[in-house]
Design a protein around this ligand. Structure first.
Ligand code: UDP
Length: 318
């Protein structure tokens, strides 16, 4: 196969590129480096099966040659990023999805949308099955991301129904691991960077809110299987083991051996209280479930961040 992956230099996109290449496929990677980083694809230099195009999928895009798949992963994905770049976030979820679907239609390629657990908002149903419609505040600070992704899902279904494009929708839950940006502001990277630097661990609110953290290799395997499956309705891919933010902080302190203190900060607006995927559909349709639990995944992620220590990537993006 030859596939196009948007957001190819991002955290998840770059791991997905590796997964396709490892199976013998060819990949055209597209990224504008808004939140992606060239280091994430530097190891692919000289690989004949990988072509990189620096471009924003929010602008009209022409891709040479045949394509069997289009996987749309471009988007700011950390709350800190999308609060800083709300318009780019809305554009890549709407115009970017429209452009990526247009490419899939023109090339008769399968399309996969990277959607998110944020479509469930601050959920009133727990854990969240795909049948839940969500509880999203469209005008709150997270609305730019949540509504862009909800629009993207609607646009994907419209292309499936109106144009017969063969589509997939993955709802990605909190994912962590190697190639996360140290400065991207998400909880796992923040806590690890703070613990390794001896800085206070920043807990927002009282830390009783929960998340369910999936290691990146598990996440990518689930997405890869969904792409190859025949399933056109949304599928949650995430790790159902749920932790409070305080439990995560304590685990990071234990595994790093850090003496950082814990410091409380105000809870951001509309921060979901709980989040846990119901992965029944992924289990039954894809035969997939995560295999790496939080402790093991954190050890690998901490090792990665230790290796970055002192490098330019430890600096927050400018
Ligand atoms: N959080 C925190 N400290 C941080 C960063 C995040 O306590 O330094 C909390 C945040 O308020 C949220 C959870 O951790 O409840 C997960 O935040 P993240 O930004 O990783 O992703 P989200 O699931 O909110 O999109």
């Amino acid at each position: 196969m030859r596939v196009l992956i948007t957001g190819a230099a991002g955290f998840l996109g770059s791991h997905l590129v590796d997964r396709f290449l490892a199976d013998g496929h060819s990949v055209v990677g597209l990224d504008n480096f808004l939140t992606g980083h060239a280091d994430n694809i530097a190891h692919l230099t000289g690989d004949e099966r990988f072509t990189f195009v620096r471009h924003s999928i929010s602008e009209h895009t022409f891709v040479d040659g045949p394509l069997d798949g289009v996987l749309h992963f471009a988007s700011p994905a950390s709350p800190v990023d999308y609060l800083e770049m709300p318009i780019q976030t809305l554009k890549v979820g709407s115009l970017g999805t429209h452009n990526a679907l247009g490419i899939a239609l023109a090339k008769k390629a399968r399309f996969l949308l990277a959607s998110t657990s944020e479509v469930y908002g601050d959920p009133l149903v727990h854990p969240q099955p795909e049948s839940y419609w969500g509880n999203v505040n469209p005008i709150g600070p997270r609305g730019c991301y949540d509504e862009a992704k909800r629009f993207a899902e609607a646009m994907t279904m419209a292309y499936q129904r109106a144009h017969g494009v063969d589509t997939r929708i993955v709802r990605i839950f909190n994912t962590y691991g190697t190639r996360m940006r140290p400065g991207d502001g998400r909880v796992v990277s923040n806590f690890i960077v703070q613990a390794l630097g001896g800085e206070p661990i920043s807990i927002y609110g009282d830390g009783s809110q929960s998340r369910s953290f999936c290691y990146v290799s598990d996440e990518v395997e689930g997405i890869y299987r969904l792409f190859q499956s025949g399933e056109q309705m949304p599928v949650n891919i995430g790790n159902p083991n749920e932790f409070t933010v305080r439990q995560l902080a304590e685990l990071v302190l234990e595994l790093t051996g850090s003496r950082s203190v814990i410091r409380s900060h105000p809870l951001p607006a509309d921060d979901p209280r709980v989040r846990q995927p119901d992965i029944t559909r992924a289990r039954t349709l894809l035969g997939w479930e995560p295999s790496i639990q939080l402790r093991e995944g954190l050890v690998q992620t901490i090792e990665y961040f230790r290796g970055l220590d002192g490098s330019a990537r430890m600096q927050p993006p400018t």
